[in-house]
Design a protein around this ligand. Structure first.
Ligand code: HEM
Length: 122
């Protein structure tokens, strides 16, 4: 269930449009791109969650195994899985959000609103 949740966050990020920062000083980014003081550096989480550069040629395919390493869950680096931003100002409510989403999924699946064939056998 956690992997499905992460896939949802990755391909349909809530903060999907532009997020970014303004540079404080002249700098060189890890890819050697030069930025000047005051430049804006932005990224789009929606696009990054679907980029073959990040996720492989089958980036658009639903493939939960992507998140497994030898059968064990392998979290992605926040600079690749950017739905919650990354670095010092990463979303501090991330784990809380996961807990809430898991809880609401569980409540929904146990409720009568959920089609019977999808309800868990509790
Ligand atoms: C699915 C749910 C959520 C998503 C996708 C999300 C995403 C994000 C993103 C992308 C940022 C960075 C924005 C930026 O600085 O440009 C952020 C920041 C933040 N989020 Fe969330 N968030 C979620 C839920 C929550 C929850 C439940 C809380 C609190 C209980 C929370 C608290 C915060 C706070 C306080 C920041 C600012 C952190 C800082 O600037 O140091 N978020 N979130």
């Amino acid at each position: 269930m956690m992997i499905i949740l992460l896939i949802d966050c990755n391909v349909i990020p809530l903060v999907y449009f532009m997020d970014g920062r303004c540079t404080k000083m002249d700098d060189i980014l890890p890819d050697r791109h030069r930025v000047k003081k005051g430049d804006g550096v932005y990224y789009m989480a929606y696009a990054m969650g679907r980029m073959p550069y990040n996720w492989g040629e089958d980036a658009e395919e639903f493939r939960p195994e992507r998140w497994l390493n030898n059968g064990t869950f392998q979290p992605e680096l926040p600079f690749k899985f950017v739905a919650y931003h990354a670095g010092p100002q990463i979303c501090i409510g991330k784990d809380f959000a996961y807990m809430q989403i898991n809880k609401s999924q569980l409540l929904f699946s146990a409720s009568s609103a959920c089609p019977p064939h999808l309800r868990p056998h509790l």
